[in-house]
Design a protein around this ligand. Sequence first.
Ligand code: SAH
Length: 270
Amino acid sequence: MILRKGLLPNKRLGQNFLVNQGIIKKIIVAAALTKTDTVLEIGPGHGALTFTLAKEAGKVVAIEKDRALAEILRNELAERNITNVEIIEGDILSFLDDPHSPLPPRYHVVANIPYYLTSALIRQLLELTRPPERILLTIQKEVAQRIAAHSGKESILSLAVKFYADARILFPISRGSFSPVPNVDSAVIEIIPRKESSPIPPKAFFAVMKAGFLAPRKKLPGNLAKGLSLNKEKIVALLSELGINPNARPEQLALVQWISLAQHLQAHLA
Ligand code: SAH
């Protein structure tokens, strides 16, 4: 399948199309959409999810970078008389970057995305002035596990997501559910942006957290001192004061500890 009109899947665009109907159904059920919902889909491809999303939701806005695919999908939608889907040909990152892009005040994201986009896309969605109500993404399984990691195994990625949202893995998808079959397994991750604003300016939080991860295997005080050009002894003292083990490695700190560290260090940031 998927060689319609002589088109070969474009690896560079991360084209691995969902072909398992059971999985498509499972994603749609998890999306739990109603006719009052608008959905933003990223990379609709041949429409594996799009057609069903159109049945469940009030409106679907789908951004597809591949011009030929966007054209095929538009024709297919017209043939099926589906009128509540808008296909926009373009790059999702530029689309989200542009304040004039047609995004409603409330919308959901449901998508099986090209995996090369994962981190950049999630960050951009979460940093929007009006982030989605809920984000349901099919991504590489290992990346989903890293994002949803529990304390003790945090990374810049997991903390960056948790700073803005609650994330959990809903279910795995084996590689055989896609065509062409990719080299990795997948999982559906649910990310729900928090409504309340962050307890500290994102800039201060990210500056401190990224400095802390400067050398992920090394201990915190050295990383923070080097990354923020601060005195190491003072940092050790501050960590003890905050009840954080000065021998801890960055992956061992929980989000709340990074926030409290950043609150205390923000006055010293350049
Ligand atoms: N959702 C479809 C296709 C998944 S493959 C399915 O599940 O079958 C990923 C899709 O994202 C491809 O159609 C690819 O062309 C598109 N894509 C890749 N990079 C993109 C970008 N930067 N912006 C928008 N779409 C992109």
